[in-house]
Structures are given as structure tokens and as C-alpha cells.
Design a protein around this ligand. Structure first.
Ligand code: GUN
Ligand code: FE
Length: 442
């Protein structure tokens, strides 16, 4: 078991209320030493200050030339949609009918679910994502397969079966009673098993009847430490449809709020077309947002207002939203978040982007006491980045001046090629083949 690692390290040491506080909260050690203790962070120091902590003759894993950052936290993703990423031509509602529902129908088959779960987790790990909040399908076997695969890797994942009882094909809908019963069984089987967590997952308001939402409300009341994961205000037609379906409520979020589905462990994906009182409601209830830039651009949904999110003091993380999102790479997703900022006149720094992708995302999921940075005692989930792999990256890396430029280049030019290894709870669970030759004692 590895106890000592020498590399460059970057993390954000505490959660912040404004982006202006971020540079001070950031920590960069060009030549650092991390010590692990049974899967947790024991210490992180400068090599020169820390090397006396090593036992005589102790083996040190040498990752010099690499940058280690906390494992990425993907706050919104659909594992069954892996196989339909990059589907041409539609915006949200047509895209669901034409591409999404047919693919999700296949997850009644446990073998298919197991095969795709393995592929999906491999995609997360090879992109440096160590934690995620994940949609299954309506079939409980979809979630059983995913949790079974994740528990073997001891990943900190949160997932849930979709709850859906209208406005979708027959083979993907259920009665509120079935939904309630199957959800209870899954909670009993998986919630708080090791590092796994369960999320109540009503797809979104249009596929939920009032009776279904009542069941979700009841479950939430009974299991207060469970998560709530859904979509909110992604697309203008969707928002108009919710107003038609729920005329008695004062807007989209008011539907969820009425059934007490807002709150500390509630995560709403997208939030693009929000009214002032909806922002206020997210703040007042301590709910969180998953900002999904590649998805929002790909489906033409809209441009997230990150600046407003800070002003309203709403917690947020970054989500890939595969398969409406176009990449599993959180680096690429951060790069697209920057471009969304550009279109809105907001300057997203690399420091801020890495914050959202690590500690900020962990806070949005209420997991920041376990993961998100290298504070002593946290679980040792991290990514070993190779800052420059392609000829272009190497050229730009060589003429970049400081860590901020290097981080910005990683999110602008980087992708899965830059992931050298991924560690979960102090164990290397994935590594790029050619890395082997670099591993030796110092
Ligand atoms: N809204 C309801 N379902 C979905 C989905 O599967 N993907 C996205 N992006 N939005 C949704
Ligand atoms: Fe989604």
C-alpha cells in the first residue's frame, strides 16, 4: 500500500462565498509530499518540509512532472445515455422522444445494464471523475447494476432510479405506487452502503403527476439524509409546458417547492430560464444547481448565469450531463463553461473552474466533509494530471508563466489524454498504460 507521493499539488482549501476569495483559498505546491493513511489524507506539505516525516528507507511514489488535483465531481450525468451521446438535430423535448427514451428502454435487461455500467465507470475514471450524481432509468435493475459496479471500486457515487408516470412511452412509465415501492427497495439495498448514496430522481415536472410528486415528498420526509435530483428550467418550451401542466403553481420551481423537494441535498440541473423569486427560493432552501455547459450548448438550451448564481449565493457544481452533454471530460466541460461565460460577459478563471469541479461540486452535493480537497482526514480521491501530452500542449505549456496559465491551458486544450492516473480512497484504480515507466522510488 502506497503511503507517500511526491508531485505538484493543487487544491482549494475551503469553500468561499465570492470568486474574489478563491485565489487566497487556493494552494499550489510545486514540489509536494502527500502522505496517506488507510485511504485518507494524512498530510500535504512541501517536499523539503515534509521529507523528515518519511520512515527510513520508505518508498515514495514519484509523480514528479505531474500535477495532482482532487478527483473531479460530476454533479449531473445520465449513465444510460452513454450510448446515445452526440445525437443529431433536436432540442430538449424532441431529443427526449426521438433518442433518449428508446435507449433507456433497454435497461429492463440487467445484463445490458451491467455491461453499460462497467463501460460508464471506466469512462468516469479515465477522465479523472471520482464522484458523481447519476440518473439511472425507470428500471430498478439499472441502478442495481450501477451500484454493484461502483461498490467494487469503492467510489463515492450517488444515484437513483428515474421516477416517471406520464408523458413518456408506456414501457418507461410506472404507477406512483410501483415507483414508491421500487424506490424503497433500492434505498434499503444501497443507501449508505459503503460510500454509496441514494437520490430520489423524478425525471422532471412534465413526466411527474401530482400523485407521483406526493410519493416523492413522502419518501423525502421519511429519509431526510437522502438526495433529490432532477431537472429545472432547461428549455423555454419545457418551462411553458410545466406552466400548462401545473397552472395552480406559480412557476416551475414552485411545483418542486410545493412538494418540499427543495433543500440542502436537492440538486437541480440546468436552471437557465429562472425568475427572480426562483433564484431566491434556491438560496432560501439551500438547494444546489448543476451547471452543464456542453449540454446547454449542444441542445441549444441557453447560457447559464454564473454571475447571478454567485450574487444569489446559490451552491453550484459542474455537470457533464452525458448524453445531452458531449463529453465525459470535466476538463473539456470547464473549457466550455468558460466560453458560456464569454457569451455572457463573465470571466471564468481557471481557479474558479477547478473550484466548481472539485470542492464546489462536493459542497453542492453536501459531500465536502468527505471529499473535494486535500484537507487532513478527507478521503484520498485524486487525479494525476499530465499537464502537457500533445505537441501543441507541450509548446504552450513551455511558454506559459505560472500555475494559473497552466491550469487554464488544461481546461482549454486538455481532455482525457491528460489524465495519467485516477485514485480512489488511496488506491490507484485506473492508469494510462505508458505511465508505468515513470513510477520508481526516489
Ligand atoms: N429533462 C428531462 N429529462 C432529461 C434528460 O434526460 N436530459 C436532459 N438534458 N434534460 C432532461
Ligand atoms: Fe440531464
Amino acid at each position: 500500500e502506497t503511503r507517500a507521493i511526491r508531485a505538484s499539488f493543487f487544491d482549494i482549501t475551503r469553500t468561499v462565498d465570492t470568486p474574489q476569495q478563491l485565489p487566497e483559498a487556493a494552494r499550489y505546491l510545486e514540489d509536494g509530499l502527500m502522505l496517506l493513511d488507510s485511504g485518507h489524507i494524512a498530510s500535504l506539505t512541501e517536499w523539503e518540509q515534509g521529507k523528515h516525516l518519511l520512515r527510513p528507507g520508505e518508498r515514495v511514489l514519484d509523480y514528479r512532472g505531474h500535477l495532482i488535483v482532487p478527483g473531479f465531481v460530476d454533479t449531473h450525468i445520465h449513465y444510460p445515455q452513454t450510448e446515445m451521446i452526440g445525437a443529431f438535430g433536436e432540442q430538449l423535448l424532441e431529443w427526449l422522444n426521438r433518442y433518449t427514451f428508446p435507449v433507456e428502454s433497454q435497461y429492463h435487461c440487467a445484463q445490458h445494464a451491467a455491461k453499460m455500467s462497467a463501460f460508464f465507470l471506466e469512462q468516469l475514471l479515465s477522465n479523472g471523475t471520482t464522484s458523481a450524481l447519476i440518473f439511472g432509468t425507470v428500471h430498478p435493475q439499472s441502478v442495481d447494476a450501477l451500484f454493484a459496479a461502483a461498490s467494487k471500486l469503492d467510489m463515492r457515487l450517488i444515484a437513483g432510479k428515474v421516477m416517471m408516470d406520464r408523458n413518456a412511452p408506456d414501457d418507461l412509465t410506472e404507477t406512483p405506487e410501483e415507483s414508491d415501492r421500487q424506490t424503497r427497495e433500492l434505498i434499503a439495498r444501497w443507501h449508505n452502503k459503503g460510500r454509496l448514496g441514494y437520490a430520489l430522481t423524478p425525471r422532471f415536472a412534465p413526466t411527474s403527476s401530482p400523485q407521483l410528486l406526493e410519493k416523492v415528498q413522502q419518501l423525502r420526509g421519511e429519509f431526510p439524509d437522502i438526495w433529490l435530483h432532477t431537472h429545472l428550467s432547461e428549455n423555454q418550451q419545457e418551462v411553458a409546458w410545466v406552466k400548462e401542466l401545473f397552472p395552480e403553481h406559480d412557476g416551475y420551481l414552485a411545483v418542486y417547492d410545493h412538494y418540499q423537494l427543495t433543500g440542502k441535498r436537492s440538486v437541480f440541473a440546468h436552471c437557465l430560464h429562472m425568475e427572480g423569486r426562483e433564484w431566491q427560493c434556491l438560496h432560501d432552501t439551500d438547494s444546489a444547481i448543476a451547471f452543464c455547459p456542453t449540454s446547454n450548448l449542444f441542445l441549444g438550451s441557453g447560457l447559464f448565469d454564473l454571475q447571478r448564481c454567485w450574487h444569489q449565493d446559490v451552491k453550484r457544481g459542474i455537470g457533464t450531463d452525458v448524453g445531452a452533454g458531449t463529453s465525459f471530460s470535466m476538463l473539456q466541460t470547464m473549457g466550455e463553461a468558460y466560453k458560456v461565460g464569454q457569451l455572457r460577459g463573465y470571466r471564468l478563471s481557471a481557479c474558479e473552474a477547478f473550484y466548481h469541479a472539485t470542492l464546489g461540486g462536493a459542497q453542492a452535493l453536501d459531500l465536502d466533509r468527505y471529499i473535494g480537497n486535500f484537507a487532513r482526514g478527507k478521503e484520498a480521491d485524486f487525479v494525476v494530471l499530465n499537464p502537457a501530452v500533445s505537441a501543441l500542449q507541450k509548446m504552450r505549456h513551455a511558454n506559459s508563466r505560472d500555475i494559473w496559465e497552466k491550469l487554464f491551458l488544461l481546461m482549454t486544450l486538455g481532455d482525457d489524454r491528460n489524465i495519467a492516473a485516477t485514485w480512489i480512497k488511496g488506491r490507484c484504480v485506473w492508469q494510462r498504460a505508458q505511465l508505468e515507466e515513470h513510477k520508481h522510488s526516489v
